[in-house]
Design a protein around this ligand. Structure first.
Ligand code: HEC
Length: 172
């Protein structure tokens, strides 16, 4: 490449373009090992406390059975490091404030004129009669912890590789 033929502006545009190519490539490739990620998912990460894959886990958070077909590696990494950054509307949890007693946080399943049905933090299905409810609100923030300080770089990569590999229920 002949040196010095680009204006600083052109050079910046080229650098930005090359970077964006690298990001696209990165979005679908990871350096982790999915089998190690699976062990972390059930173990150190406690992800099953809130998520479901196939037939195991909790229904509180989103089902991740086919998360690898809908999200990129870069997006998944972000969800693990910064759960707050982006909460999809369909994933927002609700808080039910009863007229008496403790507020209940959970995932909204259904609601009608008479009751609100949700899965609570213990993965229990609850049906709360409207007559006993003071207020129902959507949570703005995420209850998912950030794993920035819990996973090292390798563990993060392994977890992302595992999630990328989830493309529907495994044939038995
Ligand atoms: C305390 C409960 C909890 C734990 C523990 C938890 N999550 Fe989550 N997670 C959630 C909830 C709730 C959401 C929905 C959106 C939000 O609140 O961030 C979510 C969202 C996600 C998403 C985005 C889903 C989508 O549809 O885009 C991914 C990916 C994810 N979690 C992966 C993980 C992994 C991997 C672990 C373990 C390392 C984990 N979560 C641990 C509750 C949890």
């Amino acid at each position: 490449m002949p040196p010095g033929n680009f204006s600083p502006f052109q050079a910046k545009v080229i650098v930005a373009y090359v970077r964006s190519l690298a990001e696209v490539a990165r979005a679908d490739s990871t350096n982790g090992l999915a089998s190690r990620g699976e062990v972390l998912f059930d173990g150190k990460g406690d992800c099953l406390d809130c998520h479901r894959i196939g037939n195991s886990g909790s229904r509180l958070g989103p089902d991740l059975t086919d998360i690898g077909s809908v999200r990129t590696a870069a997006g998944l990494e972000r969800s693990i490091l910064e759960p707050e950054a982006e909460v999809l509307p369909q994933n927002r949890l609700i808080r039910v404030i009863p007229k008496s007693g403790q507020p209940i946080t959970g995932r909204l399943l259904n609601q009608d004129t008479f009751s609100v049905q949700l899965i609570d933090r213990d993965n229990k299905l609850l049906s709360v009669p409207r007559s006993g409810i003071k207020e129902v609100m959507f949570l703005e923030s995420s209850i998912m912890p950030s794993y920035r300080d819990k996973f090292n770089m390798q563990e993060l990569q392994d977890m992302v590789s595992y999630l990328v590999s989830l493309k529907g229920i495994k044939p038995q």
